[in-house]
Design a protein around this ligand. Structure first.
Ligand SMILES: CC(C)(COP(=O)(O)OP(=O)(O)OC[C@H]1O[C@@H](n2cnc3c(N)ncnc32)[C@H](O)[C@@H]1OP(=O)(O)O)[C@@H](O)C(=O)NCCC(=O)NCCS
Length: 186
């Protein structure tokens, strides 16, 4: 799998966010590092750090998730700390995505991991998660730690365990918890 970059696209995709400056300097460092680890793991599939809102919504729908609001999705993508997409270079189709939101220091949460059904079980999900984890790990200095969390979809726990994620409750942590809020239409 290749990593392909377009710095102009990167700044477009991530512009507008409050943390624009911080994110752009972090992305510059990532570009340099990831060019060095360019591989041919999977022919025709390339990882990129861009994702249009249309492709984001399309991939959500391909996973059977409810259609997210476009305006809110745009803001959410812009405010992501790390974003990765997988592109089939032959067709130009965006076939996978994943991103991370957090404080850029101690805590990051991986969300919205999707590989289009026609491209699953080819190693694309693994590549994207490895890429996100590696970039998150690089945000900490020696002696510092960062907690990476995620909520696995039902039945996907095993997929994440091979990256080192641990399910809880266990001896250290209770159940994971979440709260959804939907503002009613006025
Ligand atoms: C989960 C998902 C992202 C995995 O992506 P993928 O590209 O198909 O995964 P990979 O091909 O990299 O799979 C790698 C490995 O994980 C395994 N794996 C994938 N899904 C798995 C699952 N649900 N349970 C157990 N193992 C799984 C594969 O068998 C493969 O094992 P191997 O490396 O030993 O051969 C993808 O199936 C998907 O998009 N699902 C629908 C959306 C979704 O549920 N997303 C997760 C939200 S938390």
């Amino acid at each position: 799998m290749n990593l392909c970059y377009n710095e102009r696209e990167l700044t477009c995709e991530f512009s507008g966010a409050q943390h624009r400056e911080r994110r752009q300097s972090r992305l510059s460092r990532e570009i340099h590092r990831d060019f060095l680890k360019r591989t041919n793991y999977m022919e025709n599939i390339c990882l990129a750090y861009t994702l249009s809102v249309e492709n984001y919504i399309g991939l959500c729908l391909s996973a059977g998730w409810p259609k997210p609001d476009k305006k809110q999705s745009t803001k959410s993508l812009q405010n992501s700390d790390y974003l990765v997409s997988a592109i089939d270079e032959k067709s130009g189709k965006v076939v996978g995505m994943g991103r991370s939101v957090g404080d850029g220091a101690m805590a990051e949460m991986i969300i919205d991991v999707v590989v289009h059904p026609e491209y699953q079980s080819m190693g694309i999900g693994t590549c994207m998660i490895n890429d996100l984890i590696e970039r998150i790990k690089n945000q900490v200095q020696s002696g510092q730690k960062v907690m990476i969390t995620l909520v696995a979809a039902l039945g996907k726990e095993k997929f994440y365990e091979k990256f080192g994620f641990t399910s809880h409750p266990n001896e250290s942590y209770g159940n994971g918890m979440y709260l959804w809020h939907m503002k009613s239409l006025s």
